[in-house]
Ligand binder design. Structure first.
Ligand code: CTP
Length: 407
């Protein structure tokens, strides 16, 4: 889900981490949100209100009593907002919000808000550990506030520990999760992603161009929709963003690993999406020593054998009621080939992407897919970011998993 069209009020309180709120503001806007900013007096000492005003293109609200500001501005802002995000939230601001105090612009907006509220604490180690701060955070959680936990690391005091403001990307992810209807809550979703690598010797392998982006986006989206999600992920430098929900990542290397990890988990899944680009062949044996080129002066022939087809096996052993989704990457006769795989592998749904589409497929941030259902229904989608393609695929899956509930 993008934040397209969402109206967000960003509350910034007085911590050195206030400078990161500028980055957060930009990330929220880049996700499609419209953002207005409310500052505490202390925050305005760390970052000039003009910075937020210029970037948000809205006046910054910071003084309940300022001339020219409506005395009910806090009520208007709270009504305007689809969500209120307080980042950084200092120990003092958390304490005020936990106790319902409202003696400044930020806390007055918080008390007026009927929309979802998220707080991202930032403070020094001992303040964060303090019993009273823990109690305040518990009270906020009990009141339905989402707490984006701080990270561990270097603190401005010079100490190391918990209390660093969560990264802006993580706060955006938590917001997305909070604004998403948990359509897949209670469902267990198993997803495969990425390439596999089939070793030739300790140095070389046979691989493919998959980066895992599409499958990672699917796993993030499933977790955001409330599913208990497991991602079996081949070798890639990419990883799911933290903060999107309940998501376990199992790292694998080869097609055999993929087969083992997926088939072992099949019985526990309500839905399986096989988006990995699994190698179809592997060297008959992986040598334990590096092949030396002098020993192969006339060239090197590799003896390849077939790898197990995980998806076909999952289709043949599909328990009653399980939804099985495959992918087809084609270069020619795309829909015919995809349809053949849909039936031969006993799938409910297949996601077709063509390597002939510009900006779609391996490595791109965008994709263009066609969904072919076993019922014969065909859904064709436009080129869009992989995060949105993931939402489209899971919306289709949700129609099977939650019949009668619309996305
Ligand atoms: N797949 C799999 N195990 C394999 C190969 C593919 O589970 N050893 C799965 C992929 O994850 C995908 C689907 O099968 O969901 C189709 O993969 P694709 O590469 O398009 O087709 P193949 O079945 O490998 O056939 P071909 O390469 O001949 O097109």
């Amino acid at each position: 889900m993008t934040l397209s069209g969402k109206k967000i009020v960003l509350g910034v309180s007085g911590s050195i981490a206030a400078y990161k709120a500028v980055v957060l503001l930009r990330e929220l806007q880049q996700s499609g949100a419209e953002v207005k900013v409310v500052l505490t007096a202390a925050a305005a000492r760390f970052v000039a209100p003009l910075t937020f005003e210029t970037l948000s293109r809205y006046p910054v609200f910071q003084d309940l009593w300022a001339d020219g500001t409506s005395w009910v501005e806090h009520v208007h802002l709270a009504e305007w907002a689809d969500a209120f995000v307080v980042a950084p939230a200092t120990a003092n601001t958390l304490a005020k919000l936990a106790h319902g105090l409202c003696d400044d612009a930020l806390s007055a907006v918080a008390l007026s808000a009927r929309c979802p509220v998220l707080v991202a604490p930032a403070m020094d180690l001992e303040m964060y550990r303090h019993l009273q701060t823990r109690r305040n955070l518990e009270a906020l959680k009990a009141a339905g506030v989402t707490v984006v936990s701080p990270g561990n690391g270097y603190l401005a005091s010079g100490l190391e520990g918990e209390g660093r403001l969560a990264e802006p990307a993580e706060i955006v992810e938590a917001l997305r999760a909070r604004l998403t209807t948990p359509l897949l809550r209670g469902k267990r979703v198993l997803i495969s992603a990425g390439p596999t690598q089939e070793p030739i010797d300790p140095v070389r392998y046979i691989g493919n161009r998959s980066t895992g982006k599409m499958g990672i986006a699917l796993a993030e989206a499933a977790a955001r929709l409330g599913a208990d999600t497991t991602l079996v992920l081949g070798p890639t430098h990419l990883a799911p963003r933290p903060g999107c929900g309940k998501l376990t990542v199992v790292r694998i290397e080869t097609a055999e690993d993929m087969f083992r990890e997926m088939t072992q988990r099949q019985a526990h899944a309500d839905c399986i999406v096989m988006s990995a680009a699994v190698a179809d062949f592997r060297p008959r044996e992986a040598l334990s020593h590096k092949i030396k080129k002098e020993a192969k002066a006339s060239g090197l022939a590799l003896d390849l054998v077939k790898t197990p087809d995980t998806l076909r096996h999952l289709g043949e052993h599909k328990p009653e009621g399980q939804l099985l989704v495959g992918f087809a990457l084609e270069t020619n006769d795309e829909e015919d080939n995809a349809k053949r795989k849909l039936y031969e592998k006993h799938l409910d749904l297949i996601v077709l992407n063509s390597l002939n589409d510009p900006q779609a497929g391996f490595g791109y941030d965008t994709n263009r897919v066609t969904l072919l259902h076993r019922s014969g229904e065909v859904e064709r989608f436009a080129l869009k970011p992989k995060t949105e393609v993931a939402d489209d695929i899971l919306a289709a899956a949700a129609r099977y998993l939650r019949p009668g509930v619309s996305v």
